[in-house]
Design a protein. Sequence first.
Lengths: 98, 467, 368
Amino acid sequence: MFKRTSELNNNTVTVNIEGEDFQVPVGETVAATVLVHNLGYTRTSPISGAPRAPLCMMGVCFECLMEIDGLPNIQACQVQVAEGMKIRRQQGVGGEDG
Amino acid sequence: MGDSYQLVIIGAGPGGLCAATTAANLGLDVTVLDEQPSPGGQIYRGISNTPDDRLALLGADYQHGADLVEAFSASKANYWPQTNVWSLNSRRQIGILRHGQASIIQAERVIVASGAMERPVPFLGWTLPGVMYAGAAQILLKTAGVVPANGTVIAGTGPLPLLVAWQYLRAGVSVKAVLEFSPRSNLWRAAPHLPKALVAGDYISRGLKYTLDLNKGGVPIYYGISGLQAQGHDRIEAVEYGWDTLGSSRRETIVTNSLLVHFGVIPRINLTKSAGCHHIWDRGQQCWRPQVDKWGNTNVPGIAVVGDSAGIGGARSAEHSGRLAALEVARSLHTIDTQQRDLQGQEDLKWIGKDLRVRPFLEALYRLPDSLLVPPDDKTLVCRCEEISAGQIRQAVREGHADPDRVKFYLRCGMGPCQGRQCAPAVAQIVAAENLRPVSDYTTFRVRPPIRPLSIAQLANLGRAEE
Amino acid sequence: MKADVAIVGGGLMGTSTALHLAMSGQKVIVVEKNSPGRHASGVNAGGLRRLNRDLAEIPLSVVAAQMWQDIYSLVGSDCDVKLSGQVRVAENAADLQKLEERAALVSSLGFDREELIDRDRLYQLVPALAPHCVGGLYTAGDGFARPYHALTAFRLKAESLGVKYRTGCQVTGLERLGNCWRVVTNQAKFDAPILVNCAGAWAGQICAYLDEPVPLKIGAPMMMVTERLPHFLDPVVGAVSRKLSFKQMQNGTVLIGGGYLADHDMEKETTEIDFTKLSESSQTVLALFPRMAEVRIVRTWAGLEAFMPDRIPVIGSSAKHPNVYHAFGFSAHGFQLSPVVGRIMSELILNNKSSLRIEPFSIQRFQS
């Protein structure tokens, strides 16, 4: 669970996280945004279904894969928020059981 | 094939920035590829748009990055932000993704300055949400002013856990404990290196300052910790660890919904490996790194590596190695002669020489025990993506899959989205331990490009839009 | 070190041969210069295909298909076999005509497995296919397996029957010693009355030692694999006029091949991916499976493989020396044949005759 050290100023955009709209600072990464909005987990593993959340924040661990504007497998730590962006958790996909 | 470029620098951390500034000021045509939206690399991430109050929080070291960026911006180097590099081959062809368009550019010379990543150390429960790398948490602080909401535990080795704890202290974030995993015996091993280290004692005095401030701030620091475990169901609920004190050993638990771990950093070697550069096991740093000479040259003609991607030396050292590589490129392209290169590089070489003298001390002090490098518990997930455990890897080795690549083929370990970045070191360590051979006998997984995923449409449209 | 048979090459052909010989009680040593499956055997596309084989290969392929169906009884593992069919797609009338001719030809020779299917049946089988296709040639019961898993299963079974592997063991020479062959390597010497060349991309070098040169060429077919996707495809899909092999694996990833070749370096035993060619391969994928546009490629690779000029392998006895046998040059479609090739080799070695017709594969065809 994370929080911001400073109050939001006017320089924000509106993003939609799992169906709910939030004002978030311009320039923030999606990963930072979802951590602050306490999403708990950001994807589930396609193998076991276990919940996962951002780990490295620099694009090397691929744990923060999310569905952004309908596209799956986007690294949330590598993408900045944008007005109207739709952010969803990625439910593990793949294979004959998934 | 796309356009041709004289010098392409991959990465815009201190190494890449200094290389670019130096080369551009010598009149070379320089293009810097950066996956980030603004220069600074991970160490000075977002430096050009960090608000003043946050800068003050982060300390003077961080502000130094602003000077580097300023010099870089004043030079004629071209800067391509948000440009992903997805391949590099031995002919210096670089696959890039920019504005959603994939293309391949040809470079006459390449300087790889892709930096370091936090060393992945698998432990029980490390996949639980709420467990994060401490460097990652620092990135959140630097770029977004985002911090743990209900306190945190910081565990690991080296100077960074102390630094992050210190920065949190200043930001008013509760730090429940700092758990130091370097064995106490490291002190004895490091002690002989101390006299040499004193000449560059800056590192040590800073460490002392953080420790004193944390003590004053009431943040407990526990030494001699082992056996880390994150507990919880859908997210971390507690940290469990072993504490050896006065000959007795006991398990302790701290309730927390945030655990930040850091066991040092290792070079990012995917690019240099895929380019065919020769890599070696660095015993002091306990990691693989490309083999380079003092100018950053690798065995592949025209490809140099600088900064932490050539071996961990830290941000200041990266600046100097970046300048040296730029001078060497200028020499090889006949912009300057050998004498000019040597003369202009004199100070940088001297600095690196001095800094190198403190390394054996730090490396011995923060040396990881085997129990962290080779996950002892068979149940530990080593490959996070494909969920392969240490036990499965050991079993595969016993069945004759005797090197990391065989293990990968057999178990899909390292074949998930992170392409082995998080499991490669531990897999090599386990394979070596099972085969009773030194880890230096092995290399990590062969790198299969693209080193970043590329969509089929992007690949189908390769190099087309700009024509 | 002595054995009844020395096999050079620990890939699938060498391992299958070793397994079949060991099942008949032979003492076999396999000399492998890297580790089993380091090149083509470990990294191929794993296709189990009778469809569209060279006519000479069909009888072998038919028996091999039976063996794969019951692979568990041979090696004690299912090798992740999935027999969900293979289909070759016609995109226009000209393509379809080629398939009609092929179907007529194979059926005139008495083979009934290549079934001409109409448009409706094609889209029933492959609903994800782009809408312009007109029909196909389909072999039910074809499919795929995981090659490195198959190789491992074959090897473990062979080892359980006493086959010895010597890995990291590079052959540096072959000598005739009385009625034995001596395999000289960088590690040790191995003596055996019978020598088998299953050295894959390096088979030409073994032939050179035997003074029996072959016009073998090295190629490194490239493969791409995607991230995991929800299940959408059963059969393996190829096309008449395009270079494509397209299959969804059990774990959801899609494996894409088609015979585009990487650059390679035989000295260093390395390959370097040519993304310009893979771009073409991606265009092919999009032409037939437009829904793949946003799917991401996570890995590409290539394996070193031996190609013969006529694209069929060398299987049989040496034409120069007694007690020397060859099985190599499978030209990137050997995986499916591997169980039957092992059986044929053991028949040749032990009974001096093969139960299947192997004359077309004789090495003599290259010795005018």
